[in-house]
Design a protein around this ligand. Structure first.
Ligand code: CA
Length: 472
């Protein structure tokens, strides 16, 4: 821990911090625009700012260059749906039972984000923001969970967990009318919803989403806005157009080449958006976050998590430590931040700045005083993960990480300072540390509830098997 502190780079300071304090020393309310660009299944090492060599991402990198590169940025789950539920509520989603990737079920109002939770868009709407989501929703396909019912003013995207990218493959007009036996695959082929209207799009989907993001910013330039640009790329299916593919003649592996092209398309979109903000003179007062919703599934989409162990779905670092950067040029000087931060902190940050209300207690915090160095300690005592179905937990305390299986019966301990790849289990060497972190795990676990809906893994085959072998 001691050594770790020395490596922290507090190279950023708050610019003009005195001017934003009111007489009673409480921070003044301000309403910067918020843009969250979330890539889907992007590997930790697949952006230039994390050392990627074969896929140039100059526009994404510029966010880290003009702002903060978080070396230890986490999401709250290792797959899409739960991770997004955490981000959208600022809370560990295991607190409200969103612990599985939801099935695409337009007929089931409980398959998605519980109505007891306030979304980031709900919260910001109360203080005058207009909120738009462009891209992947994945927080419930029932009409009662449509983004416009969950605080957003605009939606241009798809309700499910992934999508075909070529317009000619989008053959199902009505997002709510998918075949019962093929809900998942049908959900990838629906037309794009423009608010509630099915729209027959004409471009490569990533380009469609970039254009829609630009339109949203142009339309909302005169009032505070929250744009959630949730690209489904580079999540499978691996599909790219020649325009992007031809940028990578030197990548011989076909999968990696297509993946690279998909990431390149996202980077182009980020560039268009950043340019639009400059053109409209909105750059200074817009907080922009860039992150992935979970680690790269390396075998599936040829992503690369670099030195991190495993990938998407895993409790090891490759599952939930992600590329993570933010910029706010008006207030934050460029730098690197090494203490663990969490996607849940995005809600905590913007809510604290804008004075937007919260309903249930947030797990996320306002990151600004931490990255400016105003507060020297770590934003979080721990970052936590539980995978209920797999009976696995991971708790990171300082640089120590406890990984448990069988609900705590089997324990592994890693020191991430010297062992970022989690290769050397030191549980036997440090039994007291194991005990200390395990007590935190048990306490945190007691605050969580069981999953409230079945997930993607609960297929018809699974149901049949379960019927044959009833629980004792
Ligand atoms: Ca994902």
């Amino acid at each position: 821990m001691k050594n770790f502190n020395k490596t922290i780079a507090f190279s950023s300071i708050l610019i003009g911090s005195s001017s934003c304090l009111m007489a009673d020393n409480k921070p003044a309310i301000e309403k910067p625009n918020l843009i969250v660009i979330m890539a889907d299944d992007l590997g930790y090492a697949d952006v230039g700012f994390n050392g990627c060599k074969d896929i140039p991402t100059p526009n994404i990198d510029s966010i880290a260059k003009n702002g903060i590169r978080f070396t230890n940025g986490y999401v709250s789950y290792a797959v899409c749906g739960p991770s997004r539920a955490g981000f959208m509520t600022g809370r560990y989603q295991q607190r409200f039972g969103f612990e599985r990737n939801p099935q695409y079920r337009p007929d089931d109002p409980n398959m998605g984000l519980p109505k007891t939770e306030m979304t980031l868009a709900d919260s910001l709407g109360k203080v005058g923001y207009n909120s738009g989501i462009i891209g992947k929703w994945h927080l419930g396909a029932h009409p009662s969970n449509h983004p416009l019912k969950r605080g957003f003013n605009h939606f241009f995207g798809h309700l499910g967990g992934g999508h075909q990218y070529f317009p000619e493959l989008l053959t199902i007009k009505d997002s709510y009318n998918v075949r019962k036996d093929r809900e998942e695959s049908d959900s990838y082929r629906t037309w794009i919803l423009n608010d509630h209207q099915p729209e027959k799009t004409t471009k490569y989907l990533t380009d469609e989403f970039s254009d829609a993001a630009i339109r949203f910013v142009e339309k909302n330039k005169d009032k505070p806005f929250f744009l959630y640009l949730a690209y489904n790329a580079p999540h499978g299916p691996l599909q790219a157009t020649e325009k992007y593919l031809k940028r990578f003649p030197d990548i011989k592996d076909k999968k990696r080449r297509t993946y690279a092209a998909m990431v390149s398309a996202v980077d182009d979109g980020v560039g268009l958006l950043l340019n639009k903000l400059k053109e409209l003179k909105l750059e200074d007062n817009t907080i922009i976050f860039f992150l992935s919703d979970n680690g790269g599934p390396e075998k599936k989409n040829a992503s690369d998590n670099g030195p991190l162990r495993d990938g998407k779905g895993s409790i090891y670092e490759g599952g939930w430590r992600v590329p993570f950067a933010m910029q706010w040029t008006k207030k934050i000087k460029p730098g690197v931040y090494d203490y663990p931060v969490n996607s849940l902190d995005i809600f905590g940050t913007i809510s604290a700045l804008s004075g937007s209300p919260t309903k249930n207690p947030l797990d996320g915090v306002n990151l600004i005083p931490y990255i400016t160095g105003e507060i020297k300690k770590a934003p979080h005592k721990t970052v936590n993960l539980r995978k209920f179905d797999a009976k696995q937990h991971a708790i990171r305390l300082g640089n120590y990480k406890l990984v448990t299986r069988e609900n705590g019966e089997e324990k592994e301990l890693y020191d991430l300072k010297d062992d970022i790849g989690e290769k050397n289990n030191i549980a036997e060497k440090y039994p007291e540390k194991v005990k200390e972190i395990d007590a935190i795990r048990v306490q945190w676990d007691s605050e969580l509830i069981e999953p409230t809906f079945l997930g993607l893994t609960h297929t018809k085959r699974w149901m049949k098997k379960k019927k044959k072998k009833p629980k004792k």
